[in-house]
Design a protein. Sequence first.
Lengths: 389, 329
Amino acid sequence: MLKFIGKRTVQNILVFIVFLTATFFLLQAQPGDITDQFLSNPKITPEVRQQFAERLGLTGTLWEQYVRYMKNFFTGNLGVSFSEYPKEVMDIIAERLPRTLALFLFATFLAFIVGFKSGKLLAWRRGKRGEHVITLTGVFFQTVFYPWFAVVMIWIFAFFLGWFPAGKFLTVDKWLTAERTFDANAVFDRMLLTVLAVAVLIIAAEIIGRRMNSRVAGRRFIWGTRVLTLIALVVWWEAVWPEMIPFALDIAYHLVLPTVTLSFVGFGGWMLLTRASMLETLREDYILTARAKGLPDKVVRDRHAARNALLPVTTSLVIGLAFLIGGGVVTETVFSWPGMGQTLLSAASQQDIPLTIGAFAFIAVLALIAHLVVDIMYMYLDPRIRVGG
Amino acid sequence: MEHILEVNDLTMHYTVKEGEVMAVDDVSFALGRGEALGLVGESGCGKTSVAMSLIRLLADNAEIQKGSIVLDGVDLVPLVEEEMRTHRWADISMVFQGAMNAWNPVYKVGDQIWEAMQTHFPLMTESEARERIAELFRLVGLNPAMMDRYPHEFSGGMRQRAIIAMALSCNPKVIIADEPTTALDVIVQDQILKELKKIQQELGMSIIYISHDVAVIAEVSDRIGVMYAGKLVELGPTDEVFPRPRHPYAYLLLASTPSVKGPRRKLAPLEGEPPNLLHPPAGCRFHPRCPFATEVCATDEPPYTEVDEGHIVACWNWEQVPELGRLEA
């Protein structure tokens, strides 16, 4: 297991270097550089422009620039953003990456859970009432033109019904007028840490509960932990960060609509995939064995059919994650969500090379980590590929 | 002999777009306590449909139209699904064909056996179950340590042995062995059959063997039932039917199978295919392929005739059927 992770990590580092190199040269292949925007400014002479270019590290041969960049990158120096000068690229990413990560992890999680469960039921109840309507809904979400759908969602829920804000990360007035000693990132980071802690606790409880000898005791343990975790969460915030609660709720409120929209789009794919996978599994001999053993229908469905149907669905989780990260640009633009997608778009269009590469690099790291996680998950799910590694 | 299972006039149809497929038609037989009954016939003649009707695991488009399946005094046909569920495995279990996919690949073999026991004996503890599984593994010739392995770590023969262990796990009254050795090579096949027979005699199990392979059935069964096109055409003790079949189909089936142990005889081919059960031939369903067919065969269904004690045959011309090896080819 460790050997496998080690091997994959080395592979991933190599892939990452190739990716970084390709990104660097592709961006350099654009004509001109950021100093071109001063061309129309008569006060800036060519000499001054040259000075700018030198200070930004845009002089020298391409090869020299590449070697310099890679050296800096791997010593932890990602440079300074051109377009948001003089902010460090690292600081910009540290500020915006969590926002993107939160949005996409919540959305993927939600879409996966709902999609998997409904796909499972859809296959199990094949030929029953409502099947066509639900399948068609899935096909709609799977194929809908996403930017249009996002705008429609904003129109319905933000404009027409007025339930949610139309975009942005927080309510600006509320934050500006309030007396406070903290900024939005501090609140948001604490929210993410809370979610992470809750997730770890719940997953740990699930694993321990399933290993328990008696199923009833296991289920009680799992539910007990869930309830206790929620109580602990409320108590902790009330006790430690009481002044932040209204602001945290404000951010959470802004998170709802983009998360829901994004998960709707993902949900259709997961549901259709699970349905197909489950229909295939239901034809397997071991399903007949399970039924012949006199197991209750629910056990046959969940423990035998759905458990095996999960395998191909997990594989495509990788592809789904890649899509979600790419789709980030669209989502964040439509919802004015100040995350990595928006940063990437504006940096690239302004020829802000350090920030663009930095943003790409972190998206690549995320994608590679996601792959590794899914690989490990797959090993856990399928005993047949556990041996050998 | 006391009967553990009585099947009377069992009729099961599949409904397809084109109409009704009569997969099992008026089949009656009884299984004595501790007896091994073999059902033999070509593919598609309803053997597996009988098995699936007995344990009531039929496809959605299948329906038992009439008849009764009385297992130890309880008729299984009218039971609702939830009641039937409690009888499965606890009272009637199965050794499936194709040991390959009968195991769920993601769970340990021992856990899959325990699952069955847990369902039917909820009070059993894990250590009791492990002890019982170890005992069963020894009985079928497996190392008890294998219970903590996954199915893909078993060879084909080992999987089949483990399947037998699982079928025995809840002490069922009747076991149905549907092509128990078909997926295995001949040597392993022989070992498994001997093992099954030994276990059956040791435990006094009542078992129904189902196979297309006459040699397999002959080796393990006390009685043989020959099925053709959804009908039971001949039923009798193995040592009567095997050397001297009375139904033309049984005769041709045996005559087309070489016998290694018995006297050398001429092989006769069994030509044609079983009929499409959507539109079975009128009269005797075998008459289009039957060398002994007469006019009456095409119009009237033959009744059962008792040719000997406990040996029945459904044929108008059973007296014409010669001894094996005497047919002019």
